[in-house]
Design a protein around this ligand. Structure first.
Ligand code: SAM
Length: 269
């Protein structure tokens, strides 16, 4: 990861750490309980949560495994994760500073590696996937949730060129709201990355995530002029992007739907 993009992530999330501790999408989003249900964690597992943010995913798994390390690159986020662990009395949840692309853990350490709503910030997804494979024990489980870009698997009835434009416009929209946004991959790209890293995919599904547009902007402390530009981008989205984001505007209250990919894989033995 470049120093510049690392600094951007730390600035954005450092300033907004408390918002993520209380964000309902992160604390209670449907993908969290679904992830636990799909993974079926075992009581003797040692787990690692990469890019833990305020620690919601690590905290959901902690009561079900032997230990979980909540890791992140932003110190303010790790402080929020520590608070959540203390508030919930999760003595087996510890925190560690870690760059997702260079995990400070030995080979074959973990039974489970989770990473939720974060890889779209990583500049080098292949490096991240290689690190996940390296730190997993053979047969260990990788459980991923991330926002995805439109492709034919989420957005049907459009030509490839229209979908490519929608993918670019969607990532530009996200990047304007959060300069530390890198790129949300498509489902097809994730499948390739995970397979190439030496894992076998055992489950894939999409989870729609209804978002209140104003709250989405507020989570990243977006200023008024930028909010106006984002509003215009949403209102003037191409048909393919509209089909993906499903924007609505009821009495001036805008909403949209983001798509999360839930992917479960195991490290090849
Ligand atoms: C939206 S938050 C994560 C939400 C959290 N996983 C959850 O389930 O609630 C994104 C996090 O990714 C972290 N992050 C971004 N790039 C990173 C990297 N290269 N290595 C580790 N953490 C990173 C940020 O610091 C931030 O805390």
């Amino acid at each position: 990861m470049t120093d510049q993009s690392k600094a951007l992530v730390q600035a954005q999330f450092g300033a907004n750490a408390a918002n993520y501790a209380t964000s309902s999408v992160h604390a209670k989003g449907a993908s969290l309980s679904r992830l636990v249900e799909l993974v079926q964690p075992k009581a003797n597992w040692s787990a690692l949560d990469v890019a833990t943010g305020a620690g919601h995913t690590a905290a959901a798994f902690a009561p079900l495994v032997a230990s979980v390390i909540a890791s992140d690159i932003t110190p303010e986020m790790l402080a929020e994760a520590k608070k959540i662990a203390a508030d919930k009395g999760l003595s087996n949840m510890t925190t560690a500073t870690a760059d997702a692309e260079k995990l400070p853990f030995a080979d074959a350490t973990f039974d489970l590696v989770t990473c939720r709503i974060a890889p779209h910030h990583f500049p080098n997804i292949e490096a991240f996937a290689a690190e996940v494979t390296r730190v997993l024990k053979p047969g260990g489980t990788f459980a991923l949730v991330d926002n995805i870009s439109p492709d034919a698997s989420t957005t049907t009835g459009f030509a490839d060129a229209a979908l490519e434009d929608a993918e670019k416009a969607y990532n530009a929209f996200e990047k304007l709201r959060d300069p530390s946004h890198g790129r949300a991959l498509t489902t097809g790209e994730w499948q390739d990355v995970v397979l190439d890293a030496g894992m076998t995919i055992t489950h894939i599904e999409h989870q729609p995530k209804a978002m209140d547009f104003a709250a989405w902007c507020k989570n990243m402390s977006v200023d008024a002029p930028t909010t106006e530009r984002l509003t215009a981008m949403l209102d003037n989205a191409s048909p393919a992007l509209q089909s993906f984001l499903q924007p609505t505007n009821l009495y001036g209250k805008r909403s949209m739907v983001l798509s999360e990919l839930i992917l479960i894989a195991t490290k090849d033995a």
